[in-house]
Design a protein around this ligand. Sequence first.
Ligand SMILES: *Cc1c(COP(=O)(O)O)cnc(C)c1O
Length: 379
Amino acid sequence: MRMKTRLVHGGITGDPHTGAVTVPVYLTSTYKQEGVGHHKGYEYSRTGNPTRAALEALIADLEGGVRGFAFASGMAAFSTVMMLFNQGDHVVVGDDVYGGTYRVLTKVFARLGLDATFVDTRDLDAVRAAIRPSTKAVVIETPSNPLLKVTDIAAVARLCREHGLLLIVDNTFMTPYWQNPLALGADIVVHSATKYLGGHSDVVAGLVVVKDPELGERLHFLQNSVGGVLGPHDAYLLIRGIRTLGLRMEAHEANAAAVARFLAERGDIRAVYYPGLSTHPGHDVAKRQARGFGGMISFDVGDGARAERVVRRVRLFTLAESLGAVESLISIPARMTHASIPPERRAELGITDGLIRISVGVEDVADLIEDLEQALAGA
Ligand SMILES: *Cc1c(COP(=O)(O)O)cnc(C)c1O
């Protein structure tokens, strides 16, 4: 089955008992046993719930893995994966991963004795140099946020194999519709399903997929032990969102390409960051490892005051954190999502005060461009 068909028919569909074409929302915490230990595969809903199981089968299918896991947020998903490691272990992590990923590693897992070194994962020598005898994994996010830096997944996967390390990829920005890290050699894929997979700004959720059954057993043990599971209502909403992922990603992509061209042609913008532009430094790698470039664009309007005027003047772009939903969103990373990063560090990373990030929605792109045009002209 091809991807668009798998989105609709993948995982577990319908209900064999009634013929319902959608998976029922199983609002139950426990399950009747016919005798001690004799049950229909479910004992308690933290351990397993049929609605969540349908979602977990669907994401495993889409990412080409053997087992999927659904969590109450992207951070719960990532944190549970980190619990694979022990005190004294070390991980190498991209230097511009999601702020919450940076925070949980430096403020929570560091306290428990899991060390992390942050490097630019586009630079294989930097990744190699950061590997220690205690290193157990490399964590990458590609394209990254907010500068859309592209890391070569297959190249990092080869390095990981040479050193016996797990490769963990946050695939939130691309989704399985455009990019399948497991096929490129990664071991674990993590998603904030709050973004494109949900797609409608109405659910917070996280997903994990692995391609090795033994690793799957360990993760299920952790999911059940730590307990940050996704509830059945939210699992249902995610399944519903994922069924239209292909339609939405195609629309995000077409709109983003047009908006990026519009921005790149203007004379009053210092830089446009979009992997789909041939001038983007990661364009060739992105083209090789993914089937699309996604719907996220960042651009630098020169200074913080102008950025502030632009976000205040737009009418169709909602000023908000988050991304990946049907409606277009706009934000100033230096003052919002990345405000907790010290200014010197932001400057090193290239996150300037004039940088604006947009999540291009599925509206009519002519309206989006007109809106940006008037906001930029007036600012
Ligand atoms: C939002 C996000 C997360 C965290 O996910 P939550 O669902 O908000 O917990 C992790 N990684 C990336 C790339 C994100 O955008």
